[in-house]
Design a protein around this ligand. Sequence first.
Ligand SMILES: Nc1ncnc2c1ncn2[C@@H]1O[C@H](COP(=O)(O)OP(=O)(O)OP(=O)(O)O)[C@@H](O)[C@H]1O
Ligand SMILES: [Mg+2]
Length: 212
Amino acid sequence: MRHIMVLNPKGGCGKSTLATNLASYYAKQGKKVALADYDPQESSLDWLAQRPAARPQITGLAGHKDGLKHLARDTDVVIIDAPARSHGKELTNLLHHAETILIPVLPSLIDMRAAEKFITELRDTPTVKSRKVKIAVVANRVREGTLIFDELDEFLSAIKVPYIATLREAQNYIRAYTRGLGIHELPDYLSWPDQEEWGPLTDWLNSRAARP
Ligand SMILES: Nc1ncnc2c1ncn2[C@@H]1O[C@H](COP(=O)(O)OP(=O)(O)OP(=O)(O)O)[C@@H](O)[C@H]1O
Ligand SMILES: [Mg+2]
């Protein structure tokens, strides 16, 4: 069983968007997927409630209440949507559950500086060190033609974790969320640019580099 956590204490950077799209991606691949929502806001579980019955099934878990207590043993992939502001003991408890961590970061100076500090804190956590947890960064909501690229470059060379994908800002994410789908489940003519951007992300996740 695989555990992939989407984590960043900063609010609104795309954790639930990434978590729901990952759950949909793996379900579409025929995997038995559980989506564990550790955020009392339950954005991921709200998404799941909209999912059409005809789509590959995903099991929702209210992680913020029961942890992974109700997780079925034959689950292939567990996607964990972490809450914002997780630090200290709460963070340490969360980290015990994951062997792969994805950190979505918005291309804003404030968010990148906060992420740099958080990643340093995370890499020095005994749980992450001892369990050899694999961490990667995903830039999210990147708009073409914006002037943030120099700062993004600087941030990416300063952090010592792989930077694996850039996801653009797109209505498709909002469209998909509203319908309980992922961008891989939208019609190809609409979502091919986003599916292409997901290629390096899913390639990394499916590679040895993403496992301890
Ligand atoms: N690539 C994207 N393109 C367009 N909109 C996006 C994208 N990623 C996220 N969003 C939107 O940005 C908002 C915040 O995203 P999301 O809820 O996934 O962040 P979060 O990190 O889970 O937030 P929180 O910390 O509150 O849990 C949502 O309205 C979502 O639809
Ligand atoms: Mg969220």
